[in-house]
Design a binder for this molecule. Sequence first.
Ligand code: SF4
Length: 218
Amino acid sequence: MPPAPDPSQETLRLPVVETFHSLQGEGLHAGRSALFIRLGGCSVGCSWCDTKHSWPAERHPQRPLDELAAEVEAANSAGAAFVVVTGGEPLHHDLGPLCRALQPAGLPLHLETSGVDPLSGRFDWITLSPKPHRPPTAELLARCDELKLVVTAAADLAFAAAMARAAASHRPPGTPGPALLLQPVWGNEEALQLCLQHVRSHSTWRLSLQTHKWLAIR
Ligand code: SF4
């Protein structure tokens, strides 16, 4: 009778949509050199999602973590400042083994998540992008370094304010909150104007643009 599969071995591979070395386009680290690891799988279902091809995890190759670690080492030599683990929704997976595999390569690890799952893995920077139809966990609100809200309509501004209050309320008194960013959904002039007006009149918020799309780079 064959031995039962070892669950720890099963996590040594993850579904990977793509990896690429480019510039971070969004958020507080925009404009910096980064290696992106896009994991497959997402059940959050945002209507405006620009990576819908990532949703079915089973459509993407299961790649060994040591192979990804070798890519991070090469990116470090090629000038990358950090690694961005994104998706899909990366926290649908246990990211502990991935972080342990990548850490020896010596680059800071950044995570981009909607925050619907428990946090796993150790990250140097967490970007939380909450969605009104699937609000994030208190844990991610308490731990995120930046809160990046995608704006499609005026109602999203009220949700953004609620998320900023929630992030502050989940931290010890006196602890700084996350950086607060509004990002207009791509190609929507009304959303852009809403963000511009809001940031102009609210000093705690800043604008995040998808600069990689403006520049037509990855
Ligand atoms: S959480 Fe991200 S990947 Fe998932 S549907 Fe929403 S935008 Fe797309």
